[in-house]
Design a binder for this molecule. Structure first.
Ligand code: CO
Ligand code: CO
Ligand code: CO
Length: 349
């Protein structure tokens, strides 16, 4: 069998960021871990941020993050690119730039030709180079199903760190990539997704958030994240709670991948959507009569999803223009922040 013909999706039930542990269960375990406070630790695990940030001196803070998962697509090269773009994204979500990356690999000693691993690593390397970073090493174990990702180191100015906790009332909320990657991948697996729609989803997952981070910094953004396994509402809730504000989202304004809504209507709902609904349900107010498929797509687990951030309203159009120029054609204003109500998020029709 040649590397190109091995279908990685035959190795997994749920790949990509759908493979994350349920967020509520994870939180229960993390609560038990304590460490002494340190003034140079600018961002720690308490705010559910994308990466840890540690101040080295007045000009430089270190960003450290790690992400890996089982295959989300059939082709090894594309899997490598997607897993790397997803891992690099957590540096961008903090407003930083990438310095170095290390491979994290689980791969079976037998059962899959070794050339497949070569393709995965080549895909990852492409994205690290595109990010302007250097691949400096890695670690492999004999494992099934295969898993791939990166540990990434970046830097940011200590006063330019973008976090979950920086929202305040009165900001416009922007999402840079369309939702629906989980649904399109699930649809592909059961033969319901149109090929062009599935290819578009793969392209979106391979797109770096690098230029989006530049736009956030140019617009002096203080709060942002990237949308991954917990879906738009899961990550939005973490930002709302960390910041002590409420997010008012306009469901109809949220960009969706072509074919995602039709697949949801056909009952193609990844299991992780329900896990995410469970996570946010008590803290989100859904408008009566909100379209059910649309509601579930707001919970769709994204792999290598877009950036989601709050920006001063007068900067919002400039941010959108910058994002469109940089190739994020689906970018949209999807809501606003208001003073905290009884809910973390209010979803309007
Ligand atoms: Co993230
Ligand atoms: Co992450
Ligand atoms: Co090692």
């Amino acid at each position: 069998m040649s590397a190109a013909s091995f279908d990685l999706l035959t190795t997994v039930e749920s790949g990509g960021c759908s493979a994350k542990l349920a967020p509520g269960r994870l939180a229960a375990v993390l609560k038990g871990l304590r460490q002494p406070a340190n003034p140079d630790l600018l961002v720690d695990i308490t705010t559910h941020d994308d990466a840890g940030v540690y101040r080295l001196d007045a000009e430089t803070a270190l960003i450290q993050t790690v992400d890996f998962f089982p295959p989300v697509c059939a082709d090894p090269r594309e899997f490598g690119r997607i897993a790397a773009a997803n891992a690099l994204s957590d540096v961008y979500a903090m407003g930083g730039r990438v310095l170095t990356a290390m491979n994290i690999v689980g791969f079976p000693a037998t059962r899959i030709p070794l050339e497949v691993l070569g393709e995965i690593l080549a895909g990852g390397q492409e994205k690290v180079l595109e990010a302007g970073g250097l691949m400096v090493g890695g670690h492999t174990i004999d494992d099934w199903p295969p898993k791939y990702g990166l540990a990434v180191t970046g830097i940011v100015h200590p006063r330019r760190v973008i976090t979950n906790a920086g929202l305040r009332p009165g900001l416009a909320l922007i999402l840079t990539k369309p939702l629906g990657t989980g649904t399109l991948v699930a649809g592909q697996r059961v033969g319901l997704a149109a090929d062009a729609d599935y290819r578009a989803a793969l392209a979106v997952m391979q797109q770096l958030n690098r230029a989006g981070a530049d736009v956030m910094q140019a617009c002096d953004v203080k709060a942002g994240t990237d949308i991954t396994g917990f879906g738009l509402l899961g990550h939005a809730m973490q930002m709302a709670d960390a910041s002590g504000v409420t997010l008012r989202l306009q469901a109809a304004q949220v960009p969706l991948l072509a074919g995602a809504h039709a697949l949801a209507e056909a009952g193609c709902l990844p299991g992780a959507m329900f896990r995410n609904l469970d996570y946010v349900e008590n803290k989100v107010r859904f408008a009566p009569g909100l379209d059910y498929s649309l509601k579930m797509l707001l919970l769709d687990p994204q792999t290598s999803g877009g950036l989601f951030f709050g920006v001063e309203p007068e900067q919002a159009q400039a941010a959108l223009a910058g994002l469109c120029d940089a190739g994020y054609a689906a970018s949209a204003i999807v809501g606003e922040t208001v003073a905290r109500t009884d809910y973390s998020i209010e979803v309007l029709r």
